[in-house]
Design a protein around this ligand. Structure first.
Ligand code: CMX
Length: 466
């Protein structure tokens, strides 16, 4: 009922990225739902191409070609859409709408944070699942979560000094032996059936990422002492138990974390890398390893570790000097960073031109659960001064905070302080969106990605002839 009311209230906004696929049966499993949707979506895309295939979506300037393709419209991405002024919508729903509508661990909605299972269902199907559908998906993920022995042996053999993201990526790569798609392809499966083995791989990868990530954490920081999960709980809380975290507050944080990092349309580096590698018919394991390696860069997912490092350096400096951390000292430290030719981690964005709503919902979580936390107060003060500093600096197109600016301080509050590990959590989450799109890439038969590149000489000649 609530879903219908919201849909009626904001039809034009929802149409901005929601598909025309009708609501399927509330009793259907995820696979049954997708089986009904696939022929409808195939027909919808065929019709779109027939009706509008030659229409122009935008132009490409020389600046865009040299400048990393910002704003160039050249990728189909069904699961979410990002608006520079509004922020992300998952299948047409804003973050607050998802928080209001998606099932939670305890009940249908409204009594806590939505679960990652719920956002996975939404991103894959465009539909709000029932609590029962989510519970069924949780059980299915747990069934798929076993790691092959050679993957655990490989993970256990890695040096503790290896960055957790490198370990994480290697762990997933080792599990590629389990790919259903790779096997089906080598057995000669017909292209119309690609989606079936892709579906299996997508759920298998998402299921296995939690134990791989937990093993990396326990190997790196707890001498390899592994902990069992608790499969009477949901995906998030089970993951928390394997990490060694056991508090309802941290479980809720992990749910929020895994939901909001899941997808950010297709152009970001981790999603795009996954899509690009997947477009060669590389299987979902290999495709997502590509995405993880993109996420490990400091301009992308690694920024969450950089933010905590920046705050720790700031505190260490002013503690040593016997000075208070306040607006004045934060401003001073920010200018030192900028004058040293470095970026302020957690600020700016390639698309957004306002405070990231993923930052805002984490800020709300902090006000609700940890209003008096010392580090949260520092983050809050940074939020007050940094847009002014970056505006005065004059380079950044967007002086406001992004998702990575806030996530570390929440994890830190619950005693999860190994910040070199933080990007791994981002990697567990991003699979949910990036692989949901890989599923649709195969179901819709999307082609190999191959944009045109140009040399400097070509661009110069071309422009001079104009
Ligand atoms: N601090 C200092 N300078 C910044 C800046 C920041 N936070 N953000 C952008 N700039 C600079 C850029 O480095 C660039 O400088 P040059 O002209 O010297 O190369 C200039 O401002 C213009 O950049 P932009 O158009 O505003 O931003 P881009 O689209 O090129 O880059 C991003 C976007 C996110 C890489 C950039 O804002 C940045 O480096 N931010 C800090 C790192 C970060 O937080 N990354 C996480 C993003 C979210 C995520 O993917 O997880």
């Amino acid at each position: 009922m609530l879903v219908r009311t919201l849909r009626a209230a904001r039809p034009t906004q929802l149409l901005r990225c929601a598909s025309a696929v009708p609501q399927t049966s509330p009793d259907a499993t995820l696979k049954e739902t997708l089986t009904v949707q696939i022929p409808q979506k195939q027909e919808e895309l065929k019709q779109l191409k027939a009706d509008h295939g030659s229409k122009v979506l935008g132009e490409v300037t020389v600046d865009q070609c040299i400048g990393g393709g910002r704003g160039v419209r050249c990728m189909l991405w069904e699961t979410s859409l990002l608006d520079a002024a509004e922020g992300i919508r998952f299948r047409g729903y804003t973050i607050p709408e998802c928080q209001e509508l998606l099932p939670t661990f305890k009940g249908p909605a409204g009594d806590g944070e939505p679960t990652p299972e719920a956002i996975l269902w939404l991103l894959l199907t465009g539909e709000i699942p029932t609590k029962e559908q989510c519970d069924g998906l949780t059980a299915e993920l747990f069934e798929r979560s076993a790691l092959p022995a050679h993957a655990t042996q490989l993970l256990d053999s890695l040096p503790k000094t290896m960055h957790p993201m490198t370990q994480f990526s290697l762990g997933l790569q080792a599990c590629q032996t389990e790919s259903n798609f790779a096997k089906a392809y080598s057995d000669g499966v017909h292209k119309t059936k690609y989606w079936e083995s892709t579906y299996e791989d997508v759920l298998d990868v998402i299921a296995k990422l939690a134990p791989i990530a937990a093993r990396v954490y326990r190997n790196t920081y707890f001498n390899g002492e592994q902990l069992k999960g608790d499969t009477s709980l949901d995906y998030s809380a089970n993951f928390c138990r394997m990490l060694g975290m056991d508090s309802p507050g941290f479980d809720e944080l992990m749910r929020l974390y895994l939901v909001i990092h899941s997808d950010h349309e297709g152009g970001n580096a981790s999603a795009h890398a996954t899509h690009l590698v997947g477009s060669t018919l590389s299987d979902p394991y290999n495709a997502y390893v590509g995405g993880l390696n993109a996420l490990a860069g400091p301009l992308h997912g690694l920024a969450n570790q950089e933010v905590l490092g920046w705050i720790q350096d700031l505190k260490a400096k002013f503690d040593a000097e016997g000075r208070e951390v306040n607006e004045k000292t934060i401003t001073e430290f920010a200018w030192e960073t900028l004058n040293a030719g470095k970026v302020i981690p957690g600020f700016g964005h390639a698309v957004l031109r306002k405070t990231d709503p993923r930052y805002t919902c984490q800020r709300e979580f902090a006000f609700k659960h940890l209003p008096d936390d010392e580090l949260f107060k520092v983050v809050d003060t940074i939020y007050k001064v940094m847009p002014g500093v970056l505006t005065e600096h004059g380079k950044t197109a967007n002086p406001y905070p992004n998702v990575d600016s806030h996530s570390g301080v929440l994890l830190w509050h619950y005693g999860f302080t190994q910040y070199e590990y933080y990007t791994v959590l981002f990697g567990v989450s991003r699979a949910i969106g990036a692989l949901s799109q890989v599923f649709w890439d195969r179901a819709l038969g999307l082609p190999l990605e191959r944009p045109k590149s140009l040399t400097t000489g070509f661009i110069k000649d071309f422009c001079e002839k104009q």
